[in-house]
Design a protein around this ligand. Structure first.
Ligand SMILES: [Zn+2]
Length: 273
């Protein structure tokens, strides 16, 4: 598990609040707090990262082995505050590999934050990998698929991402994606082993999204309660900041949140339900 959240335009203090919930339930702190992962040695496999779009540039700050509060001290907050979109990720490593999201393609033009299993993906050709984290493969896989022509047209981009997410397995999970030069954040959701999805909220002049759970799909009452509580906590923090829910991204669909706060779905597809 991992947690992904974002706010347009940037609201760093609010994103921090959401990420701290995600970190405990589905991210780096939760991983370290598990009974068999209490040893300090495992913390290095966790990680926190931020990604933002500012003046048309895609920038990021990430570090493996750090929790939200630890990385927060180091962030270039002045630069981040002006961003039109700000995303955060907390990592629950599914394998003992070092790394933190976002990950980029070879040219540094496609940035992804992922929650799930991407081992099914093997990009053709040779690529410049930063880590051995399987999620990184997604950025490299998409670098050829999202051609120059596709990147110039939001609808073509959505169609290409829709085609990608439709073809994914039942454990691929959720993806937030940013493409250099494209004024939008893309969300794409496939089924996830631990029933994660992405939910979207809005307030006047703002849109937010976060990892969310299909609590009712868990087997035991205790698990269902735990994940309902998680959802309620995320809801409560955003509600207090003036956000109301818009909907949840349906499995095997995608959407774009443009920097001028429009939600655009692929043609003929209702992705937000
Ligand atoms: Zn590559």
């Amino acid at each position: 598990m991992c947690g992904i959240a974002g706010i347009l335009p940037a609201d760093l203090s609010l994103l921090k609040k959401v990420l701290r919930i995600l970190e405990h339930y589905v991210g780096s702190k939760g991983y370290c707090e598990r009974g068999d992962r209490h040893l300090g040695a495992f913390k290095r496999y966790t990680g926190t990262g931020f990604l933002w779009i500012s003046d048309g540039k895609v920038e990021f700050f990430k570090e493996a082995g750090l929790f939200v509060d630890e990385i927060y001290e180091k962030l270039p907050k002045g630069k981040m505050k002006k961003a039109k979109a700000l995303l955060g990720h907390t990592r629950w490593p599914s394998s003992e590999t070092l790394g933190a999201h976002p990950f980029f393609d070879c040219k540094g033009e496609i940035a992804i934050m992922h929650n799930g299993n991407a081992k099914e993906i093997s990009p053709p050709g040779s690529h410049k990998y930063e880590t051995k984290v399987d999620s990184e493969r997604i950025a490299h896989y998409l670098e050829k698929k999202l051609t120059k022509k596709v990147r110039q047209d939001l609808n073509k981009l959505l169609a290409a991402i829709q085609e990608f997410i439709e073809g994914r397995s039942d454990e691929f999970g959720n993806l937030a994606l940013v493409v250099k030069g494209v004024p939008a954040v893309f969300l794409a959701v496939a089924p996830h082993k631990y029933h994660s999805t992405l939910r979207v909220w809005q307030r006047p002049g703002g849109i937010a999204f976060s990892t969310y759970k299909y609590a009712e799909l868990f087997e035991t009452m205790a698990e269902q309660q735990r994940w309902r509580k998680f959802n309620e906590k995320v809801n409560a923090v955003l509600r207090k900041a003036g956000f109301t829910p818009l909907g949840t991204v349906r499995d095997r669909t995608c959407l774009a949140i443009t920097l001028d706060l429009q939600i655009v779905e692929p043609k003929g597809i209702t992705s937000l339900a």
